[in-house]
Structure formats: C-alpha cells, structure tokens
Ligand binder design. Structure first.
Ligand code: SAM
Length: 345
C-alpha cells in the first residue's frame, strides 16, 4: 500500500466522519451545477459548442449536498462549467446556507466563476448566503485576457463583476490566474500591482493537463521560482503562515504588508497528502480526484430510489477509494477522460 506523509494528528483523524483509506479527512465538496460555459479559455475548452449539457434539478443537488454535509463536509464550493449560467443558483445557495455542519457551524459556502455575469448577480448571491467568491481572471490587460477567453468585451465584464462583488460585501475577492507559457507569463508583475491596488487576493495556479485541446506539456507550466522572481521585481515578498492544514496555496505578501499573492502548484509541488476534497460533477457523479480514471455514479443510485442512508453508504464507500495522489509528469500518466469544464474546477 502507498503511504502518505502524516499530515493530520490523531484527533483530527478520529473526529472526521468522512475519511479516506489513507486517513485524510474529506471536508471539502466541490459541486458543479452545470457544464455549460460562456467562455472558451484556451487552456480549458476547444471552443466547439456541443448541444448536449448535463445538469440535475436544483432540488437533487440540494439533497446530495445535505447528505454529504451530514457525513462531515464543512466547505461547499459551487462551480461548473460557469455556475452563474445556472437558473436557480441563488435559490440553491439560500437553501445551502441553512445547513449546519456536524459541529453545528454554518457551512463555508463559496463559488468559483468567470465573473462575466457577476455584476448583475453579486448582491443577490451575497443576500442568499454566499460566504466567499473566487473569480477566474488570467490577465490584467484586455487584449491578453480576450486572447485567452476568446470572448470580445470579456475583460470589462469581469472587472465590473469583481468590483460588484466587493461592493456587495464579498471581499476579499480571490482571483485565480492559470499561468500558461506564451499566453500570460508576462502578467505576473501586473497582477502584483492589481492585488495591491484593488484589494483582491491573486492566486497563480499551475496549468494542469485537464484541457480539451492538447496544449499541456511540462514546458507550458510556469515554474514557481519564476513567479517569485517576477513578483520580487515589484517589491520583496514575505511568506505568510497557512490558514489551515489543507490549504493549497502558499501565501505571500510584500515587505510593506500590502497585497496578498498565493501560489498553487499542483504539478510541481503536489499537495495530495493534504487533500481534503471530493467532487460532484454536474451529472451527479462523484470524482475522488481531478485525475481519477473513474466516475462513481451517485445519481444513478439515487434514480433507482435509494434512501438517504443508501446514498450516505455509497458516498462513504466511494471516499474510501480516493487515490493516494496524481501522477502528472510520470511515465504512463493517463489524462482523465473528462476535462476541467466537465469535472468542475
Ligand atoms: N467557469 C468558472 C470559472 O471560470 O472559474 C468555474 C469553472 S472553471 C473550470 C474553474 C477553474 O478551473 C478556473 O479557475 C479555471 O481557470 C481552472 N482551470 C480550468 N482548466 C484548467 C487547467 N487545465 N489547469 C488549471 N486550472 C484550470
């Protein structure tokens, strides 16, 4: 059996109801509420529109999340596809905000969006009970941004969305930027200034082989040391303490304490040993790892008339199958059959 670094203490392991076979507490659920998207980001989608998309009724997502929460989930992140395209999203958030974790706390309820429709929806989402928001934004100049999203006018829309989220009380907004050699690796100092001036937390993420087109190579990943060097060209950086044991970002500020930058390096510095995540695809399948070769069809079980206890049992058994780690860059690595937009980022 593969062993993992011991990243949790015994008390944490005992108290976690949902635990995988390596002793990792699974507390973080990502739910994709649609696999439709209005952007065609080069590192994610081909841009070829399929007529088919997969969505469950909002009530079914709600039932599934309730069961996950009863088993020990503490954080729920809604994603997609593009979640703001999903009708009934605010209603789902309102219901989820009523749920309590097994220790009686409110759920940590977050959303990841491309921000295109955010300006009109930010206040409504906050009122419904959304706690936190992450906006994906891969450049701070309009031309580079639109070369990546392949949607004219998208930059101004996203900027408007970020500011609306801040005004609605969803600050600090987190910005996710996937770094891609030859597309946006010149944006790092601009993002440093953007973080400092706009009061957002910018997180640089390594490009992972989860795209529909075949774009990924080891050389397309921008190494962390290069990110740090480019940040240092703006001001010296200072490392911050992690917020939690399962935090994926290594956090930095600048020497004057203004601005926060995170670096998330799933490829070069994998954090599988601390992984606390599980995913539900928009068609109701559980994914135990982004790079898993398997889907576990929870919705098929539900449609056969399963009780909540049956579903809880299915979830618990599926979590036990969670992979030890991913194998990106190793000989024999197999790309998963689903791309990021169909898994839920
Ligand atoms: N549409 C929403 C958005 O743009 O944030 C949510 C879904 S999107 C698939 C979620 C996140 O996955 C985004 O931050 C996106 O940049 C990231 N992503 C997509 N493909 C990726 C890849 N191949 N490597 C790393 N991150 C990726």
């Amino acid at each position: 059996m593969t062993t993992l670094p011991n990243t949790m203490d015994a008390a944490e392991k005992r108290s976690a109801a949902l635990t995988d076979s390596y002793g990792r507490a699974i507390t973080d659920l990502r739910v994709s509420v649609t696999d439709r998207c209005n952007y065609k980001c080069v590192y994610c989608r081909t841009g070829n529109e399929g007529a088919q998309y997969a969505e469950l009724p909002i009530a079914d997502y709600l039932r599934i999340v309730r069961i996950f929460v009863s088993l020990g989930i503490e954080k729920v992140r809604l994603t997609g596809g593009e979640p703001l395209l999903r009708k009934g999203l605010a209603d789902l958030i309102r219901e989820l905000a009523q749920l309590r974790t097994s220790t009686g706390e409110k759920l940590d309820l977050a959303l990841t969006t491309n921000g295109h429709l955010l300006e009109a929806q930010a206040a409504q989402l906050k009122d419904a009970g959304l706690t936190r928001i992450t906006v994906s934004m891969d450049a701070v100049d309009a031309a580079t941004f639109e070369r990546i999203t392949r949607v004219p006018g998208s930059f101004e829309r996203v900027l408007g969305g970020i500011r609306a989220a801040q005004s609605a009380g969803l600050a600090p907004v987190k910005i996710n930027c996937v770094l891609l050699r030859g597309f946006n690796d010149n944006q790092i100092p601009l993002f440093a200034r953007f973080a400092r001036e706009e009061g957002v937390i910018v997180r640089f993420i390594e490009f992972m082989p989860l795209e529909e087109d075949r774009l990924w190579t080891p050389e397309s990943v921008v190494p962390i040391r290069e990110v740090i060097t480019q940040l240092e060209a703006v001001r010296p950086v200072v490392r911050l303490q992690p917020n939690s044991h399962s935090e994926t970002a290594v956090r930095y500020t600048f020497d004057d304490g203004v601005g926060e930058i995170g670096i998330i390096a799933p490829v070069s510095q994998a954090f599988c040993g601390q992984c606390s995540r599980i995913r539900l695809t928009s068609d109701g399948k559980i994914r135990t790892c982004l790079f898993s070769q398997f889907d576990h069809d929870l919705y098929a079980v539900m449609q056969r008339g399963a009780t909540d206890d049956d579903l809880a049992c299915f979830i618990t058994r599926t979590v036990e199958k969670k992979e030890a780690r991913h194998h990106i860059g190793e000989p024999g690595f197999l790309k998963p059959s689903r791309s990021m937009v169909h898994i839920g980022g």
